[in-house]
Structure formats: structure tokens, C-alpha cells
Design a protein around this ligand. Sequence first.
Ligand code: ZN
Length: 120
Amino acid sequence: MIHTCDALVVCCIDFRFQKFIREFTNERLVGKTFDLVGFAGATKDLATVLKQIAVSVRLHQIKEAYLIHHEDCGAYGKESTPQRHSQDLVKARSVVLAKYPDLSVYLYYLHLDGKFEKVV
Ligand SMILES: [Zn+2]
């Protein structure tokens, strides 16, 4: 039996942000289905994330990926600056798009107050 879904959401495990991520998916992905994965640092360990994306593409034929980093990320420690997160997100997108050119990849930097900032 084939079951497909619309999107994959990759975020950090950090409990402080889960309610914001739920609100985000409730609004941004209303009416859509999505796989959800949490890794410390979100895409920091890109090889691990790529394996997960490969599974979502193969099993669920996802069309969109939402990569969400956040402020004050313990996995980054002192390197958790907005610049570093943007840099890693942009890199992750280019690696993902090189493998899956048909995927739409959206990047976000999530602030401690729950504000989602789009990274371009
Ligand atoms: Zn984190």
C-alpha cells in the first residue's frame, strides 16, 4: 500500500521550541501531511539529515522540506549565531537540492520568542 505525504519538517530536539513548531505546522502546513524529524542542531549533522530526507523521498514522495534552526541552540553552543545558522541552512538547502532538484526547500530561523524568520 502506497502512502504519500506533502512535506518533511526537520527541527532541533529542543523542547523549548516544540510548541512554536506545532503552531507553525498548524498554520503553514494546514491541510497538508508531513514527516517530522528532530535532531540536535537540526541540519548540523547534515549526513544524518540527508539519510532521513532520502527515506521521506523514497517512501512518502515528499514535495517540500522545511528546515528549521533556532536561536540559542545547545548543539551549536557558542557558535549559535544567526549568521552561522543561516550559513548552515543555506548549505543544507544547496546539498539537498543537488540531490533532489524537484523538492521545494524552505529555511527558517526560529527565535526564542517563537518568531519564525525566513532565511533566503
Ligand atoms: Zn537546538
